[in-house]
Design a protein. Structure first.
Length: 132
């Protein structure tokens, strides 16, 4: 088991507040994504965005495809704190309407879920299993 001393379950809040402020300054998802990438790429304090902070960020986006892009950007720059199955499940239910979007988000976040071996059934509860 490798140790990752910089992984914490709670963020420091600074990057989150910077991103949320930037997202509130525009109605356009593409501008939000651009600001988010700029902030995430220049932030040296990685592993800081918690699952609850992610939910708040995703709430500022209109379209699911852009919510997925936001997750991808933050993951690309190692900006997520360690997550749990129950937290990811709640985020998927709250932030996404369609199972295919939930599945894509889960693919991005899977490696960050520390209890995925024990509690993966909790994540499955986020899916409707309807064709969409």
């Amino acid at each position: 088991m490798s140790s990752a001393p910089h992984h914490h379950s709670e963020g420091n809040g600074l990057l989150f507040h910077q991103i949320l402020t930037a997202c509130k300054q525009t109605l356009f998802d593409n501008k939000k994504l651009s600001s988010m990438e700029s902030l995430a790429s220049s932030n040296s304090n990685t592993f800081s965005i918690t699952i609850n902070e992610l939910c708040a960020i995703l709430d500022s986006f209109t379209f699911e495809i852009n919510k997925l892009k936001a997750i991808y950007i933050l993951k690309s720059y190692n900006q997520f704190a360690v997550m749990t199955c129950s937290g990811v499940s709640e985020m998927l239910k709250k932030s996404f309407t369609f199972d295919n979007s939930r599945c894509q988000a889960l693919q991005y976040l899977y490696q960050l879920i520390h209890d995925r071996g024990l509690n993966y059934g909790q994540v499955l509860k986020a899916f409707d299993f309807h064709s969409n």
